[in-house]
Ligand binder design. Structure first.
Ligand code: SF4
Length: 196
């Protein structure tokens, strides 16, 4: 599959998810506080390379691929390198449009437990500062309120490219592997064009 097509399919999945999340947020009133981004400071966020292919392609097309590759290759910091702690915007993500699947799911999705019950996956701030709305949301989910289910979205991602969605890595490693995939793709295709 052509890289651009692969990226488009991932972004289509993101668009469908974003629509479901916005409906869930409207139904529950649950929301992130302005300028929060606390969840992005977690040092143990894991992701797949596939969910960062759109970001890696964006870096390549904007001529920043090598600069970012060097940063990701040399960092020992487990905290996401896309995070901008000094941002004064709604959130602290410097590439919000290109954030990963885990970034979109966290806060407004559910996972099914061993009894098949859907349990919300959200942060302690929402659970405490929006406790009433959170409890109403949990009750509504029990009464079939539509909520994005994490493993269902990762299954859809895997169906796009099983190889690039198979393994989870620390987020900066996942972003680096997505960038390696993009750089190798263009190196190969540039070479192919040269050989013609
Ligand atoms: S990509 Fe953006 S939203 Fe995701 S962890 Fe990094 S800073 Fe947070």
């Amino acid at each position: 599959m052509r890289l651009e097509e692969l990226s488009e399919q991932v972004q289509d999945l993101f668009s469908r998810l974003d629509e479901s999340i916005s409906q869930f947020q409207s139904a529950t009133t649950l929301h992130c506080g302005w300028g929060c981004g606390k969840c992005c400071f977690k040092p143990d966020i894991e992701a797949t390379p596939l969910e960062f292919i759109p970001f890696a392609l964006h870096l390549y097309k904007s001529g920043r691929a090598d600069e970012w590759y060097e940063k990701l290759r040399s960092t020992q910091d487990p905290v996401c390198m896309i995070l901008n702690p000094t941002s004064d915007a709604q959130g602290l993500c410097s590439e919000y449009k290109h954030r990963g699947l885990i970034c979109r799911l966290f806060g407004y999705s559910a996972r099914t437990n061993k009894y098949g019950k859907k349990e919300m996956v959200t942060c302690s701030i929402i659970k405490t500062e929006q406790a009433d709305a959170y409890q109403r949301a949990e009750a509504a989910i029990d009464n079939e309120l539509a909520v994005p289910v994490m493993n269902q979205y990762y299954l859809q991602l895997t169906s796009i490219d099983p190889e690039l969605a198979r393994d989870f890595y620390p987020i900066n490693v996942a972003i680096r592997k997505a960038l390696e995939t993009v750089l190798q793709y263009y190196t190969y295709h540039d070479q192919e064009d040269t050989d013609r």
